[in-house]
Ligand binder design. Structure first.
Ligand code: AMP
Ligand code: MN
Ligand code: MN
Ligand code: MN
Length: 286
């Protein structure tokens, strides 16, 4: 019998429905080509692509779980909570995500004003050209505009120089609460997952509080193997998963063939001794 952690599951990526550059159909094809055995599309704050993704996966003979990645504000930081295996037609979840997306247009206009002050004109209109979903204008779309216009060579440079805290295009934003995000997912019969915990700038105490509160709200899993983690972080968060009794997830966080350094299906397997999140979701796999 194959060990249960040996599965090429990729449960985190983005399409044009949020800030990726490929359609759900192109992602399904790429996932299949790359040997993915279980896939989820997890667009930011949006589940409008779920029926397309599930149909595209079916057409490829690829097993599928519904997915999303919800922006949350916790301890003054933005934290991402992935949801997997929920009902994509759940009304409370659809409404909650709609509200979460609501502040993005205003924020984008303020980002554009901040960039104008350092001589970068027309960033709002420029970013809009890259947007696939008008409700989901994100920093990534601004980054693509600044690369297109030659202000920076690559998107990571744009984030470093313009779009992170203290930089001219950064606008603080209040996203959903941790409690609401976990409740939307679990009430829609899904599993909530802390996305890429290694990326947050938390102290050890704040990180402990995040995991403790997440668990108390009904969260059940954490990303251990992700494109955002180092090998050391795989080890660290495998231990954290065991300590908190959480299942483990795996996902590339793929956005674009031109930008992402981790392709769909290309990560190492989950370490042994963990409960893979797909074990909790067997009856939700399509
Ligand atoms: P937003 O939801 O508008 O704040 O945008 C967040 C998105 O920006 C993330 O989901 C990533 O896709 C992207 N992002 C954040 N930080 C970076 C970075 N340092 N380099 C490249 N992309 C980033
Ligand atoms: Mn993104
Ligand atoms: Mn994320
Ligand atoms: Mn992501």
């Amino acid at each position: 019998m194959t060990a249960k952690n040996i599965l090429n599951a990729d449960l985190h990526c983005h399409s044009v429905v949020s800030d990726g550059t490929l359609t759900p159909e192109a992602l399904a094809e790429r996932a299949k080509t790359n040997g993915v055995e279980l896939w989820a599309l997890t667009d930011h704050d949006e589940i409008g692509g779920q029926h397309r993704a599930a149909a595209a996966a079916r057409a490829q003979g690829l097993r599928y779980l519904t997915g999303t990645e919800i922006s949350v504000t916790f301890a003054n930081e933005t934290v991402h909570i992935v949801g997997l295996g929920f009902d994509p037609d759940d009304t409370a979840m659809l409404n909650g995500l709609h509200t979460t997306r609501g502040g993005r247009e205003q924020r984008a206009m303020e980002m554009s004003d901040g960039l104008a002050k350092v001589g970068i004109q027309g960033a709002y209109e420029g970013a809009l050209k890259f947007v696939g979903n008008p409700e989901l204008i994100s920093r990534t779309h601004f980054a693509r505009f600044l690369v297109e216009t030659g202000v920076c060579k690559e998107t990571s440079e744009v984030f470093r120089k313009y779009l992170t805290e203290g930089k001219p295009g950064y606008v603080p934003h209040r996203w959903a609460s941790l409690r609401d995000a976990v409740n939307w997912i679990t009430s829609a019969k899904g599993v909530a997952v802390i996305a890429h915990p290694g990326r947050y700038k938390f102290t050890a105490n704040e990180e402990y509080a995040l995991f403790t509160e997440f668990k108390s709200h009904g969260g059940q899993a954490v990303e251990v193997v992700t494109g955002s983690h180092t090998v050391q972080e795989y080890v660290k968060y495998a231990e954290t998963a065991k300590e908190f009794g959480l299942a483990a997830s795996r996902g590339s966080d793929f956005h674009s063939p031109d930008e992402s350094h981790t392709d769909l299906g290309s990560l190492p397997f989950l370490p042994g001794g963990l409960i893979p999140v797909w074990e909790l979701l067997e009856d939700r796999i399509q």
